[in-house]
Design a protein. Sequence first.
Length: 131
Amino acid sequence: MTVTLLYASLLALWFVILTVRVIRYRGTHSIALGDGGDPIMQRLIRGHGNFVDYAPMALILMGLLEVSGADRSLLHTVGGLLLVGRLAHGWALSFTDGNAFGRTGGMVLTLASLIISAVSGLTIALNVTVL
């Protein structure tokens, strides 16, 4: 599962960066729990949380596709969409004022990765040919 491992590893590093941003902000602004009513803390938490909401399912699907013998180009397509989507969305929430283009574009790419993976998984599981 080397293709999934590649994207999971890159995404794990991004996850650590998002996590550290939350931890640092908590420390410098004395916010022990929750968001403390701080709008920046809210964005940092959602940037981190949104990653946790989407990346695991996408990586699970990707890994299952890889184990099921899916084409490497398909795996790199869904992995690339996921990586760029998560980077754009996380950057928009954690490093800007909530840049709408990054948030929207990031979610579109992430959802595209999930949809392509799900449809591909269904075609493999049900042994049907699409196109």
